[in-house]
Design a protein around this ligand. Structure first.
Ligand code: KIV
Ligand code: ZN
Length: 432
């Protein structure tokens, strides 16, 4: 039984049906412990890293970037701890980031020594601005860094034959890179790795800085998918940031354009405006009847853990996670929600006004949905008395008592909890 219907207002036969929709979840890679961590005022300590890693495993993430061990001793130590204490389940791949430099690649392999399976993620910057202003190199010089990095990654892996290696390459600053040049660099890397001969390879295309609207990013991804060599042997990944506030949209459109995999973080922590939020994208899929293949039903635990590890609080209006996102204060919304909830039978497809999903699917309760302040009306007040005190009011009394509550709320200027509402009812109607 499907609780949610994909695209409920539009039928597949309708000519307004979109050209493309996402039909299954991409492979997820959680980069909280790397991109997320490197953006924190106070980077996570080893206990916080372990706690967040354990949560990601529990939620069902199978690929987890655990840090940048060649650049940071705490990241190196954490990677060793995971491996030496056998903390990585058999079906989980840990991923380590490295720049395409010989000593850093060697150190990355030292960090990953003994891992059952791991992803070595090598990157270098390719955009015009980075080439011209940061590295002072031409296209050939940048391509050379990538090719040599790929060779070193391949050669070092041969020294650790007991690990099942996947190689990942990111042309960092891809969104600022000419597409023909991005193809040239990517082809140079895959010519070294030869995914057609069995090597597992991920090509990760980052919106290191989100520079254009999501459709433009998706067009870039589509062009790369159509033009690079070995496409059918590669996993195409995207890694979007949120500079224009569209990180999730860009990742969604990129999947529609051909990407197989998405990197992001829980609740969107990450460099500057953050990485694309895995929770939002996974729940967007869920609300369309698509199994996100991660379990987000314990949202309170997710929020508590992320907040404890990042020391960043969750905005009350954060999609799916914020304290207020399933709450209605206004009278007309409350009335509509109350009617839909009271008519709903178990097994019905979700069809409740103003609530895109059932809050219970995230471990939240209906009790949070209707809350009372001066904006609320008769429906909301009646709902609270019914829900919490089993008192049902006739319509005339709903109207009359709502005025009493509203007056009180206007005076108080804030929210009135259900206990106070009952107290008012008791004062005006029960004690007479
Ligand atoms: O945003 C970015 O480009 C990155 C890369 C290292 C993948 O984080
Ligand atoms: Zn990033």
């Amino acid at each position: 039984h499907r609780k949610y219907r994909p695209f409920t207002p539009i039928r597949k036969t309708d000519r307004r049906w979109p050209d493309r929709v996402i039909e299954r979840a991409p492979t997820w890679c959680a980069v909280d412990l790397r991109d997320g961590n490197q953006a924190l005022v106070k980077p996570m300590n080893i206990h916080q890293k372990q706690r967040l890693f354990d949560l990601l495993v529990k939620l069902g993430f199978k690929q987890i970037e655990i840090g940048f061990p060649s650049a940071s001793q705490p990241d190196f130590d954490f990677c060793r701890k995971l491996i030496e204490e056998d903390r990585v389940p058999e079906d989980v791949q840990i991923q380590a980031l490295t720049q395409a430099r010989p000593e850093l690649i060697a150190r990355t392999y030292e960090a990953l020594k003994g891992a059952r399976k791991a992803i070595v993620h090598v990157y270098n910057s390719t955009s015009t601005v980075q080439r011209e202003q940061v590295f002072n190199l031409d296209r050939a010089g940048i391509c050379d860094i990538a090719r040599k990095g790929a060779e070193m990654v391949r050669d070092h892996a041969r020294d650790y034959p007991d690990t099942d290696w996947t190689f990942q390459y990111s042309p960092e600053s891809f969104t600022g890179t000419e597409l023909d040049f991005a193809k040239e660099v990517v082809d140079a890397v895959t010519d070294v790795w030869r995914p057609d001969q069995g090597q597992k390879v991920i090509l990760n295309l980052p919106a290191t800085v989100e520079m254009a609207s999501p459709n433009v990013f998706a067009d870039q991804i589509e062009w790369i998918c159509d033009n690079i060599n070995y496409r059918e042997h590669l996993s195409i990944s995207v890694h979007t940031h949120n500079d224009r506030g569209c990180g999730v949209a860009a990742a969604e459109l990129a999947v529609m354009a051909g990407a197989d995999r998405v990197e992001g973080t829980l609740l969107g922590n990450g460099e500057r405006t953050g990485n694309m939020d895995l929770v939002t994208m996974a729940m967007n899929l869920y609300s369309q009847g698509i199994d996100p293949e991660v379990d987000l039903s314990g949202m309170a635990e997710i929020i508590e853990t992320v907040e404890a590890c990042t020391e960043i609080s969750t905005h009350p209006r954060h999609a799916y996670a914020g304290e207020l996102v399933f709450t209605a204060f206004s009278g007309s919304h409350q009335d509509a929600i109350r009617k839909c909830l009271s008519r709903r039978k178990d097994g019905d497809v979700w069809n409740v006004a103003y609530l895109p999903i059932d809050p219970r699917d995230l471990g939240r309760r209906y009790e949070e949905v209707v809350r009372i302040n001066s904006q609320s009306g008769k429906g909301g007040v009646a709902h609270v008395l019914e829900r919490d005190y089993d008192i049902s009011l006739p319509r005339w009394l709903q109207i009359e008592f709502a005025r009493v509550v509203q007056k009180e709320a206007e005076g108080e200027g804030g929210e009135i909890d259900s206990f106070s509402i009952h107290k008012l009812f008791d004062r005006d109607y029960l004690q007479v």
